[in-house]
Design a protein around this ligand. Structure first.
Ligand SMILES: *Cc1c(COP(=O)(O)O)cnc(C)c1O
Length: 360
């Protein structure tokens, strides 16, 4: 913490603890308590320590501290914006693309993001699969040979005990068609002490595993987080990052450049830059699509190619993800293409390029 009371020793889970920690004012407490009654709150000591309470525009506070606007649901906001429901064959599994399925062993997280697209389902109570439900989920995966990758998400799978994680990964390893596993997590950033060497070792108990870190601001990559990432990397776990483009957190060329440079210094590949899914009460985080495209296109001139994530949009209603960067290549009437360079200048590509593209 940069100012005010010392960082708390345990996770703050309600509005009164946030007031006591000096993160919100007592005047705001009554209205924010209503937010807390509707959507889960959790701010770990690490996250509390990253917040500057004297900065009303703090990009860490914006992600985790409740806000009265969360009580306002806009007409285009939906409890299940990515349309997972119809693709869930058994509790805890979402299977939309034939080759990969989400497995959510728990819907609890170490922290609760105010823009979460599963905010109507995540929380400390509920959502952790019972042994019988986990058996049913694994039976579904085992009986579906098209599934070649299992994506552990939630919730945050890294809040499970080392023993449970290792056991789950060993059970996945016993399914011959499951070739790889991906884990989506914020734990290395928000509760780095949980990423012990024992946990990193447990993550090697199953099929080859990739870790996708959810990170939205360079300040989340503090020294303890770098230590946690090193422990994972020492066990040979490849690290990728996904970022949500969020108004007031990272919607400027400078914020994005600083974040992606920090990630490549930490040897983490920026993988996806997501447009916000319209979950209830998240309108204050929206970035208009055209602005998102312009911000993303502008990264090309500022950063090395491997530091630039793919801009993706989850089409509302359950139609899946699409790449959402500005179409820079469009067919021209002569059978060739027109390509737009970083400076907005158009160049004609001859029909031979189109022919070569089609045949190979
Ligand atoms: C995002 C998502 C995936 C993973 O997609 P990738 O592009 O491979 O990261 C898989 N299943 C569902 C339902 C998803 O929403």
């Amino acid at each position: 913490m940069l100012d005010g009371p010392p960082a708390p020793s345990r996770t703050l889970r309600d509005v009164s603890s946030l007031v006591a920690a000096g993160l919100i004012t007592s005047e705001d407490a009554p209205s924010l308590a209503r937010v807390g009654g509707r959507y889960a709150i959790a701010v770990t000591p690490t996250v509390a320590g990253l917040i500057d309470p004297s900065d009303p525009a703090d990009p860490i506070a914006a992600q985790y501290l409740p806000h009265t606007e969360e009580l306002v649901t806009r007409p285009d906001e939906a409890a299940d914006p990515t349309g997972d429901g119809p693709h869930s064959p058994v509790r805890g599994v979402v299977h939309r693309y034939p080759d990969r399925a989400l497995l959510m062993p728990t819907l609890a997280c170490a922290v609760y993001c105010r823009f979460c697209f599963r905010r109507d389902r995540v929380g400390p109570e509920g959502g952790t699969l019972t042994e019988a439900e986990l058996d049913a989920a694994l039976s579904y995966i085992s009986a579906t040979p098209a599934i070649r990758e299992v994506i552990l998400t939630g919730g945050d799978p890294l809040i499970l005990s080392v023993r449970r994680l290792a056991s789950l990964l060993r059970r996945l390893a016993a399914i011959p068609h499951v070739e790889t596993v991906r884990v989506h997590s914020r734990v290395p950033l928000v509760e780095p002490a949980r990423v012990t060497d024992a946990l990193a070792l447990a993550l090697t108990a199953g099929p080859p595993l990739w870790l996708l870190l959810h990170i939205n601001h360079a300040r989340e990559l503090h020294s303890a987080a770098l230590g946690a990432l090193d422990r994972l990397r020492c066990r040979g776990i490849p690290l990728l990052a996904q970022t949500v483009l969020l108004a007031g957190v990272n919607d400027s060329p400078e914020a994005l450049e600083t974040l992606f440079r920090a990630l490549i210094r930490a040897r983490v590949k920026p993988h996806y830059l997501h447009l916000l899914d319209p979950a209830p009460g998240t309108a204050r985080f929206r970035v208009p699509l055209a602005r998102a495209q312009a911000l993303h296109a502008g990264l090309r001139g500022r950063l090395p190619g491997h530091a630039i994530p793919t801009l993706v949009l989850d089409i509302p209603g359950g139609f899946g993800k699409v790449e959402a960067n500005t179409p820079r290549l469009s067919p021209s009437p002569d059978g060739g293409f027109v390509v737009i360079d970083q400076n907005g200048k158009a160049h004609a590509l001859p029909p031979s390029v189109a022919a070569a593209t089609e045949s190979g």
